[in-house]
Design a protein around this ligand. Structure first.
Ligand SMILES: Cc1cc2nc3c(=O)[nH]c(=O)nc-3n(C[C@H](O)[C@H](O)[C@H](O)COP(=O)(O)OP(=O)(O)OC[C@H]3O[C@@H](n4cnc5c(N)ncnc54)[C@H](O)[C@@H]3O)c2cc1C
Length: 517
């Protein structure tokens, strides 16, 4: 029996791929699939399908993805991703995703950093619709007994012996009962959101705790310093609310008040892409405006958008923001600020989505594979589905489906501790970084490590230190990683930063080789 941890898009895609090949799997997740972070995705999913004569091509999708990732992504993997995008979007359409169409053909919207309109969407609810279609598809196999779901189960550790994964340890959140389950494991646990509670647009269920524990057991991670700040988020209680890139794709404009006059700064600073610059560039420009005394506030102005678009493509977004910030965004510019949105770095996997631990695979946002130093809007839903499929196709079939009880050695993390780590991390890993701020954060982490920590706290603190050390070591600016003390990109550092742990943390640069060792 194959064990998939996580029932977001990537886990579901893997489960469906396995089941459609007659292979049984357990699909384990903290929450029901309908609550996975994937449902939050608004903007859409990319593919160069060219249905509207956009003059698009897979090679342009490849180039935009590679360039957008500041040349840190792996070319062969991006090639596979962009080539398969076409079939994936057609498949999604065939299983019932009601993509927006024009004259019966899939229509596209613009996303930052892309030269063509190539993002397929369902109003502002693309994630919800993709998940709903995949959940329905998975149900067919559940009936056949090929997929067995374990909702509200948290996987807290893996059984690793002699460098190979033998299974996992999970506990039922409702009963607190713990189990061991045997067989190969695919991790599709989402991004490291839980390292920054309250500061991210993502789901709090993606705590990062399992990955931090596995890091201590030898799991290699990569490019941990590559954290994407999304330029348009709103600070609400307990998290950041995302204003999807669709807002800019449909004509939203960044604005500040300079000398009491509206000033559309992004169009002035970046005439080629204007408001559709990539997320890292937009976030840094906003940071500059926020620190410019002659400017007051940063807003998104969507007042110029056609009324028909508000009725159709942006109706969900308008309603959501009316509910959350009590503003009709079709009538009034509203304040935004950059917030943590996506983790390009994560578990290091090879071209078959294998980790460095035998029988352990990873896919989706928890894995580091396609997005280099910066992820393009619409590419992560694609990466999650494609990665899940590739991983599933490669997982071996020798497994057992025994389940037995074990002693519960799960040690919980308390929230105030996570808050402390977040404060330290964010002061070192902000939009603009430098040696002093990163080193200062590392010193604070070292102090924490001297205190009395339980095993969960210790694991997360070590992972936090590895993230900071990755940022300290990368003495250049590339994509999402901007060092004001090293503002230039250094060609010698076009390498993957691999983090490993054996008695201590080690960060080493290796060629962008896809993790094949
Ligand atoms: C607000 C928002 C909007 C977005 N919009 C877009 C967009 O328009 N286009 C785009 O391409 N991308 C978008 N993204 C990014 C994209 O949604 C995610 O990268 C992608 O959905 C991740 O899918 P996943 O399957 O890897 O992980 P997730 O969907 O995050 O699923 C993770 C799963 O792992 C489970 N899990 C985690 N830890 C454990 C554990 N220890 N034990 C058991 N289960 C566990 C969770 O319960 C969940 O089921 C957006 C993200 C956000 C937050």
């Amino acid at each position: 029996m194959i064990n998939i941890v996580g029932s977001g898009l990537s886990g579901l895609s893997a489960a469906i791929t396995l089941a459609s090949n007659g292979i049984s799997c357990n699909l384990i997740s903290v929450q029901e699939a309908v609550r996975a972070q994937s449902v939050m995705a608004e903007g859409g999913i990319n593919a160069a399908l060219n249905t509207m004569n956009e003059d698009d091509d897979v090679s342009l999708h490849f180039e935009d993805t590679y360039k957008g990732g500041a040349y840190l992504g792996e070319q062969s993997a991006i090639k596979g991703l962009t080539e398969n995008a076409v079939e994936i979007v057609k498949w999604l359409n065939s299983i019932g995703v009601p993509f927006e169409t024009k004259e019966g053909k899939i229509a596209w919207r613009s996303c930052g950093g892309q030269r063509k309109k190539r993002t397929a969407y369902v109003k502002s609810s693309t994630g919800k619709m993709l998940m709903s279609a995949l959940i329905d598809e998975a149900r067919k196999y559940e009936i056949e007994g090929l997929i067995k779901r374990y909702d509200h189960h948290e996987v807290y550790d893996l059984l690793i012996e002699n460098g190979a994964c033998k299974g996992l340890k999970m506990y039922d959140i409702y009963t607190d009962k713990a189990y061991e389950v045997y067989g190969p494991v695919l991790l599709s646990t989402g991004g490291l959101t839980g390292m920054f509670p309250g500061l991210t647009t993502g789901s709090r269920d993606n705590t990062g705790l399992l990955v931090s524990r596995l890091f201590l057991k030898g799991l290699k991670l990569a490019n941990l310093e590559m954290i994407q700040y999304h330029p348009t988020t709103i600070n609400i209680t307990g998290k950041r609310l995302l204003v999807s890139e669709a807002a800019r794709g449909e004509g939203g404009r960044f604005m500040t008040y300079r000398n009491n006059e509206p000033y559309y700064f992004m169009e002035d600073m970046y005439p080629e892409f204007g408001n559709l610059v990539t997320r890292d560039v937009a976030s840094r420009a906003i940071y500059k405006i926020q620190h410019d005394d002659s400017c007051k506030g940063v807003y998104l102005d969507m007042t110029g958008i056609d009324p028909q678009v508000w009725e159709g493509r942006l109706s969900d977004m308008r309603k959501e923001l009316l509910d959350y910030i009590n503003t009709d965004i079709s009538e009034k510019p509203f304040m935004i600020e950059p917030g943590i949105h996506y983790f390009m770095g994560g578990i290091r996997v090879d071209d078959r989505h294998r980790t460095n631990i035998k029988n352990l695979y990873a896919s989706g946002e928890c894995a580091c594979k396609y997005h280099g130093a910066n992820r393009l809007g619409g590419n992560s839903l694609l990466g999650a589905i494609y990665g899940g499929k590739v991983a599933a196709e490669n997982i071996g079939s020798d497994s057992h489906n025994e389940i037995m009880e074990i002693a519960n050695d799960y040690v919980k993390l308390n929230d105030s501790y996570s808050e402390k780590i977040k404060e330290i991390l964010v002061s070192g890993l902000g939009i603009i970084r430098n040696e002093e701020s990163i080193s200062n954060s590392i010193r604070q982490i070292d102090e924490l490590l001297k205190s009395d920590l339980n095993q969960a706290q210790y694991a997360k603190t070590i992972l936090a230190k590895a993230m900071l050390m990755s940022a300290l070591k990368r003495k250049e600016s590339r994509g999402a990683h901007y060092r004001e003390d090293y503002p230039e990109t250094n060609d010698d550092l076009r390498k993957t930063a691999v983090a490993s742990y054996k008695d201590d943390i080690l960060i080493e640069y290796t060629d962008i080789d896809g993790g094949n060792e």
